[in-house]
Design a protein around this ligand. Structure first.
Ligand code: HEC
Length: 174
């Protein structure tokens, strides 16, 4: 029952947005929404068209990432390490990196597109984000230099810590 009323509220919201009742602003267009609707889910839903390889991303990584994360992803002062730490999670000094800790490669795409490069986030094309993602995965030894990363292949990259998280036991509600 609560579901239906929640939906009703949602529809009411849509109707309101379409009517210029307050004569302020305008209803968001499909393009407006697409520009901010950039979430990529763990299973890869939401990944955009485009593709990239580490070989293509090598130069991009060198120019736009290495000053903060190191040429090999080992980390420098400003940015932490993106590589290494495999096998350290259960030790007294766990080193959490993309390679050792992150359970899904799809999150890497989402994160880079949203937040990196730290000094100019949001400036990469989807192709460049795929390339940078591929390069970080390659530096971690998880894919080959010429493996094409796209909406189909990225969700299939076997991340070392993919089974290291406790599953959420709560039932799915929509
Ligand atoms: C100006 C410095 C800077 C540049 C350039 C930069 N980063 Fe970062 N990066 C950071 C900082 C600082 C953080 C930590 C941000 C935070 O925790 O909020 C970070 C975090 C990250 C993380 C998350 C690491 C983790 O395990 O939490 C990834 C992945 C990453 N950067 C990738 C990239 C890539 C790829 C590029 C190039 C496209 C890049 N960064 C360029 C400074 C930088």
């Amino acid at each position: 029952m609560w579901r239906r009323s929640a939906l009703a509220v949602l529809y009411a919201g849509v109707a309101l947005a379409a009517e210029p009742k307050y004569k302020l602003g305008r209803a968001a267009t499909a393009e407006d929404i697409a520009a901010v609707d950039i979430s990529v889910l763990a299973d890869g839903r939401g990944l955009p068209a485009g593709s990239g390889t580490a070989a293509q991303g090598k130069d991009l990584y060198f120019r736009r990432c290495s000053k903060c994360h190191g040429a090999e992803g080992q980390g420098r002062e400003e940015g932490g390490p993106l590589v290494g730490g495999k096998g350290t999670l259960t030790t007294a000094k766990p080193l959490k990196t993309v390679g050792s800790f992150w359970p899904q490669a799809t999150t890497l795409f989402d994160y880079i597109r949203r937040a990196m490069p730290f000094d100019r986030p949001g400036t990469f094309s989807n192709e460049q984000v795929y390339q940078a993602t591929a390069q970080v995965l390659f530096l971690n030894g998880l894919i080959g230099e010429n493996d094409v990363m796209d909406a189909k292949t990225l969700p299939k990259v076997a991340m070392p810590n993919r089974d290291g998280f406790v599953k959420d036991p709560r039932p799915k509600v929509k």
